[in-house]
Design a protein around this ligand. Sequence first.
Ligand code: BGC
Length: 380
Amino acid sequence: MRTAAAAAALSLLLAWGCGPKRQSEAKPTMKTQPFGTTSDGQAVELFTLANSNGVEIAITNYGGIITAWKAPGRDGRAADIVLGFDTLDGYLAPHPYFGALVGRYANRIAKGTFTLNGVVYKLARNNGENALHGGIKGFDKAVWKARDVSTAAAAALDLTHTSPDGDEGYPGTLTATVVYSLNNNNELRIDYTATSDKDTVVNLTNHSYFNLAGQGEGDILGHELTLMAGRFTPVDAGLIPTGELRSVENTPFDFRRPTAIGARIDAADEQLKLGGGYDHNFVLDAGGGALSLAARVRDPGSGRVLEVLTTQPGIQLYTGNFLDGTITGKGGKVYRRRYGFCLETQHFPDSPNQPSFPSTVLKPGQTYRSTTVYRTSVAK
Ligand code: BGC
């Protein structure tokens, strides 16, 4: 009786609005502004997605580049946590893929060549003798068609690009669509799809460089990383996987428990020497398919946390080893060695030449699909 009476009283109170306060959540917004003109005269725009927690992410349809990502820290102050440039001109000059969409094939393909259905394809070689990140003019340098596809739950930007048959040496006309959406859970969701009119290979990613203390605010060696990966793909001197899936056990590649990125980065380890630090693909335990937590990074100083979820089987940890202070970015900040880290969700590098790796082949009639979520929060 008593319980029933209490329940009735509680439901009355709730009906009167005396229950737990509902957060009045403003719906995420998107604003559009001009961002300049490419060297061949195409106007590009900057889209700023913002949510009710003070997260603000700016994306341009030039290369689908994330140019800024403001996220509050423990002290409530927002900092811009990605490396990049203040203006389009910065991105038009050579740079190491800051914030960009990478395609058709993220990461390396050995000697810029692969065989599909008995046909040998020769790709543009732009990294020594290898092909890297889609070639000389990859998706990072394309002007994507942009559309606002926002809903009540998320501010969303749809970017589409059609790459002609033979572009950078790849077969088939490939149409790629990437939808960036920001919700009030501080999640930037990236949905990739692609179709082709001929058999081809495809591997799409985003190449943001993060520094959770704020861009240009020192190196990322003190950031604590957890990677849900018991194996990685060791590489040769050209950073091409040897084909082995090696256990991380008792190696500096074991991030299964939270460990500072810098704790072992300069250890006397052959693989670290080859990469000049971490520049390796990790084999995610989840195996790809379902959206699963792949990585978590915490900056002890600011309290900012970044989590990465993906449907992809691999993730490249790149610790900005090639940054050398020659690039000046936003607000005049100089980007020195290891001032940013990338967690590029992907299929394994050089898969078109590695029959034992998960396949990157896309056939006409099929749709390539992958999803990655980057989520920020604050740890106490
Ligand atoms: C690669 C690095 C490369 C960087 C910039 C990363 O994905 O693994 O080796 O230097 O991209 O191109």
